[in-house]
Write a protein that binds this ligand. Structure first.
Ligand code: TNX
Length: 540
């Protein structure tokens, strides 16, 4: 470590001591934290204790022991009598996902009402420990923590359509989310640029629409050349098999993350049309011919006048629900260019028959029909805020992305809402520069701007604000094709959003966050993760 860094580190440490507390690099900041005197040292005389009848606690214990082994080589004993113990206790009355952590010189006790809180207690301990293999002692300072989340939806979305990221990258993303106590992974599996999920009944979705000719030198090129007829040249792409999905869903669950799949409709569906053109209004197979893509661009909608569109979507959703246990299913609903519906006799006939006055109402008809199907299967539907246009489906949850207006409107109508306004929740936007930054879609969302975000809009009264379930960071990948680039866009903005969504509002403090973040930067460096260092006042 360079001399300058050592001096700064010492200064930070001393200033921490002067404040009467050591800096604990826990992000998100716990609701209540009291430091004591002394330390607990994890060594080979330490045992993990848990109630063996609880299978999820065993998974927690295995998770912790693997992490400890990776950083120290120690194999902690399980449920054996030793001088020092790390104990998981299930205690009713601790808030959902919350935990109480008590560290003394001979024990670490994590109390929670379920494995979820225990998992988060463990994450807080792990954030204090080294992140890579070390010979140093594993020191956990004596302290008491009482911690719980502010919001129950702490989400991160990843678009795997515009660019595909394999299962290992998804797991890395989930690991990062888990370490920051994020609990919903919104998986944008389908869009115009590729269909990424195996659907057994419709094999062409992945045989054809998961592949394209891709020239990464021009980010938008996928649109121009997508679905080139000469499949032998379609080298770019990929998809997840249903078996891979099941494994990822289980991996996420072990980290208290629910995976919410998104199947886009009625627009953004060029990929589905590439495989099954009969589902579009024109029914022509022009998606299969190079160069025709732009000409038919407005025809990326399912035909709303054709019952087969609904049957197809219901079949797809039936397979989706069989592998995704999530209560919520996201159906997209954004940015529908309704030109094709205007020009389609079947759509116009449907509007007449259903007494719909315009294409917005036709969209609403479409979404309501899908909601009815999902509700009949005991699921709940989420859509982007455009689903408000033409009338909101009766039980829909709204994801507010074009600012907060849609979310405010929906909450006032007593619909649940997830706040994800593109400013500042879009992590595909620039976070610095733009000089010297990788090409991004536009916008400017610095880590500070993310940190300062308040998900409850002033326009809502106390009753209405209860409908804000939380917030989410969205990573659209038109311009992001590599894991390194993805990490760079996500770190450290995910950490900032995690604190927004978890920590009590009054506990938030940018300078304090900034100090803790420096330790995370060091961890990213040690783990070889790419991140944006931004312009920070403190550095270690
Ligand atoms: C808008 S957000 C979109 C996406 C783009 C994104 C780029 C939303 C629901 N639709 O299709 O990828 O902007 O920032």
């Amino acid at each position: 470590m360079p001399f300058k860094k050592i001096v700064l580190l010492l200064l930070l440490f001393v200033s921490g001591l002067m404040k009467g507390q050591q800096i604990l690099p826990i992000i998100p900041k716990p609701a209540e934290l009291k430091m004591g005197m002394g330390n607990f040292i994890i060594d080979d005389n330490t045992t993990i204790h848990y109630d063996k009848s609880q299978k999820e606690l065993k998974a927690n214990a295995d998770f912790l022991s693997t992490c400890i082994k990776n950083i120290s080589g120690l194999s902690l004993k399980m449920n054996k009598k030793t001088a020092k113990k790390i104990e998981f206790v299930i205690e009713k009355g601790v808030t959902e996902e919350g935990y109480k952590l008590k560290v003394s010189s001979n024990s670490i006790v994590i109390k929670a009402s379920s494995y979820k809180g225990v998992f988060y207690g463990m994450q807080s301990v792990l954030q204090i420990l080294p992140v890579v293999r070390t010979n140093a002692e594993l020191v956990v300072p004596v302290m008491e923590v009482n911690d719980f989340p502010r919001f129950k939806w702490r989400g991160m979305m990843l678009d795997v359509s515009r660019h595909f990221f394999g299962p290992e990258v998804i797991k890395e993303y989930l690991d990062l989310m888990a370490s920051y106590k994020m609990n919903v992974f919104h998986w944008h599996l389908v869009d115009g640029a590729g269909w990424r999920l195996e659907i057994k009944k419709y094999p062409k979705l992945t045989q054809q629409a998961a592949w394209r000719v891709d020239d990464l030198s021009t980010p938008w090129n996928w649109a121009e050349v997508a679905f080139n007829a000469d499949r032998s040249k379609s080298t770019y792409g990929g998809y997840y098999t249903q078996e891979q999905v099941k494994e990822i869903v289980a991996y996420a669950k072990a980290r208290n993350i629910t995976v919410v799949p998104e199947i886009e409709m009625p627009g953004h569906s060029e990929a589905a049309m590439a495989a099954y053109p009969e589902l579009s209004c024109s029914s022509k197979n022009h998606f299969g011919q190079s160069g025709d893509f732009f000409a038919s661009k407005t025809d990326g909608n399912y035909c709303a006048g054709n019952d087969n569109s609904f049957l197809f979507i219901q079949d797809v959703l039936t397979e989706v629900m069989a592998i995704f246990p999530s209560t919520y299913i996201h159906i997209g609903g954004d940015e529908v260019d309704k030109t094709s519906w205007k020009q389609c006799a079947k759509c116009q006939a449907r509007m007449k028959a259903e007494n719909l006055k315009d294409e917005n109402e036709l969209q609403s008809y479409f979404i309501r029909r899908i909601e009815k199907f999902l509700v009949s299967k005991k699921r709940k539907m989420i859509g982007w805020d455009e689903i408000l246009e033409g009338g909101l489906a009766p039980e829909a949850t709204v994801m507010s992305w074009r600012g907060e207006a849609g979310g405010i409107e929906a909450a006032k109508m007593k619909h649940y809402v997830i706040m994800t306004p593109n400013s500042p929740c879009y992590f595909d936007h620039y976070q610095a520069g733009p000089e010297g930054e990788p090409l991004a879609i536009g916008g400017f969302n610095t880590v500070k701007k993310v940190y300062d975000y308040e998900p409850i809009p002033k326009e809502l009264n106390k009753e209405e604000e209860k409908f804000v379930m939380g917030g989410q960071g969205n990573v659209w990948t038109e311009y992001i094709s590599t894991t390194e680039h993805l990490e760079y866009m996500v770190l450290p903005r995910m950490a900032a959003l995690a604190e927004v969504l978890w920590s009590p509002k009054d506990n938030k403090n940018w300078n304090d966050f900034n100090e803790r973040l420096q330790y995370h930067f060091r961890g990213y460096d040690q783990k070889g993760l790419n991140y944006s260092p931004g312009n920070f006042t403190v550095s270690i």
